[in-house]
Design a protein around this ligand. Sequence first.
Ligand code: AMP
Length: 193
Amino acid sequence: MPNLLIVGPPGAGKGTQAVRIAEALGVPAVSTGDIFRQNIKEQTELGQRVSAILDAGEYVPDSLTNELIDDRLAQDDAAGGYLLDGYPRTAGQVEFLDGVNLRRGEELDAVVRLVADTDEVVRRLLARAADQGRSDDTEAVIRHRLEVYERETAPLIAIFAERGLVVEVDGIGAVDEVTERILAGLAARGVAA
Ligand code: AMP
């Protein structure tokens, strides 16, 4: 089973697509953002440490995020493969994940890059804010999250491109259509259920 990443700006539809792709391929979808939000909701110690960081649209420190991923990927359901959504987001996290994979005796199989322009992602995030009221979905925080993404995370795509791993997919369109595009792109690289 494959080891996969899905990357792209906030609002590109990563979370929605990750769940569908993971199900189609029989691996767990692991979203660091979801894990943080769950911990905040349950008011765990981790939740209390990261709550203000998420509200500000900043990144949680690598030390915390890497430890979380290390624990999560050690669970049984991820033994055969995984689809990571929202991780890695920094150069330090890429390096850490390389170490995890080395220990597992595995490599990444593909990195799905969901492409969507800024106006579209802002529009989607504002709609989601109205709909779900996520505390990091105010317009100022949305703009900040996009800036942090462009500065910290977008440049990492070049690392995966150099490794020949990137499957670029247009993220604009109906949810089903985008899922089909991703599955077709992965199948073309030999990644299939
Ligand atoms: P997401 O749902 O992936 O957009 O993540 C929501 C928020 O969680 C981000 O804006 C960050 O504050 C935090 N977060 C999620 N994943 C990471 C990560 N890999 N590194 C640092 N912070 C993260």
